[in-house]
Design a protein around this ligand. Sequence first.
Ligand code: ADP
Length: 579
Amino acid sequence: MSDQSDGGRPLATRFLTYYALGYLVLIGLMGLFVDRAMRRALADEMEQRLEATARLASDNLPAEGSDLQAWATWVFQSTGLRITLIETGGVVLADSHSDPAVMESHATRPEVLEALQGETGVSRRVSVSTGFEQIYLALPPEEGVITRVSQPTRTVEAELGEVRISVLVVAALVGLLGMAVVAFLARRLAGPIEELTNQSVMAAGGSPEVSPRRSSVRELDQLGLAISDLARDLSRRLAESEEASETLEVVLGALPQGTILVDRDDQVIYANPSAYGLLGAVPDQLQGLSPFQFQGAVRGARETREPIVRVVDHGNPLRRLRAVATPFSEDERVLLVVVDITERERVDAIRRDFVANASHELKTPVSTIIASAEALQIAIGRGDSSMESFARQIEDSARQLDRMVGDLLDLSRLERENPEMARVRLDQVINDEVQRIAQVVADKRISVDVDAPPLTVAANHRDLATAVRNLLENAARYTDEAGRITVTARAGDGEAVLTVEDTGEGIPSRDLDRVFERFYRVDSARARATGGTGLGLAIVKHVAESHGGSVAVESELGVGSRFTVRLPLADSGEGSSPS
Ligand code: ADP
């Protein structure tokens, strides 16, 4: 039983109290009514008896000259009623209880006055002679004599008293019997009700198997069935809502966005793991939330009933966080969703820079082509010998443009596609690409040493070839005449290690970190003059990373550079591919 029920009285006590109160009121009212009715009935009966006795006495008055007083005494002894004979003038002739000689005139007695009117006079009052309340009845005069009989009213009271006692005894017995019946019924009801209460408590606790025992009371049985249905329904709903809340928990837990729910009292009622990850800590109260700008967003959304967006730099290392505070339509709760847009903004910036750089890079050869073409036209007009040189400039710029467009296409293809992996012989790729630069290195009298035993890597053949080609072209481009390029490939620790080393000009240490950036060149003019696009190493890095590997550079100015690419080895089985 719950605490709430402790204050109430048990059913039996309540039933008995109501029953007792009701019964007492009923019996009291009935008693009053019956008492009055009985009193009237007894008084009527007494009057009738008095009248009958008076008539009998009046009809049998003794002959004139007889001892009236003795006759009156005899009547009293025979009937138990006081009798008085009165002259029409009021003089008392005889009285069974007093001496007529000492009795005053009865002419003014109410019953006598009525009798003198020719009616049967009745009066009730305290007798002067006896001192008790009496009821008097006087008959109209017969031969000048009024016959009056009387009786003390206490006779009626005595009879009434006896009846009252009997009635009280019966009422008490009936009352007790009634209480016993009520107590019995209350107990019969209390048991099943208690059972139903226990079953309801079980139902409220979510138990689906609630089946109250049948009682002998139809209404209680119906209530029991209703509780069983309710329990099943409640348990099903509980299970559904638990499942829904678990699903929600899993979904919110898996979301990369930080999700925080704030109630109308600025209490944080939910925060998913990402919210902790992004903000470092989530307090119980909104006023502790950092960055504080998000507090304003929540309050603003609640006030304006409109979503509010805030972008804030926060934390160490600094992250760029974008928060949207959305008010709930039905109450004053607010949902704050926080997203880390650092990476997105960085990528956007890189993309913007890339477009700007690419346009700029493309414009240079295009401008040269236009200028050279104009100069060529003039030279042709003049029949100038510089025609050949302008034509060569146009060709060089067009080739530069071609290389640039080629590299850009390579880069965009690499970014767009997920490379299809296969087992690729790295040593063969190296040898093929070395063959491609054979002419260039031969022209510069650069020797190329290849040390690559058979080695199979998990790679996309085309991408790997592009990367190796770019490294070899760079080595050839930035190595002076009679230099040397050494290419090695080794297997070790689950990966293939490819190195391309040259005895070229080397890279200043401050530029080492940046040479893999798009369009970054140590010496732009020289790079361009030698046919560089500034995209070669960016392509190499992209290929290495998209294959699950890496690229690094070591270099010493004036001594040479060494580029090292690490790639996962192919599994010994067929069709392996790294993730
Ligand atoms: P580019 O097409 O201009 O060579 P890359 O992205 O391939 O562009 O290289 C970026 C820059 O790195 C080059 O401009 C050059 O300055 C430097 N670099 C690349 N490879 C070498 C190398 N083997 N020796 C010296 N410098 C190099």
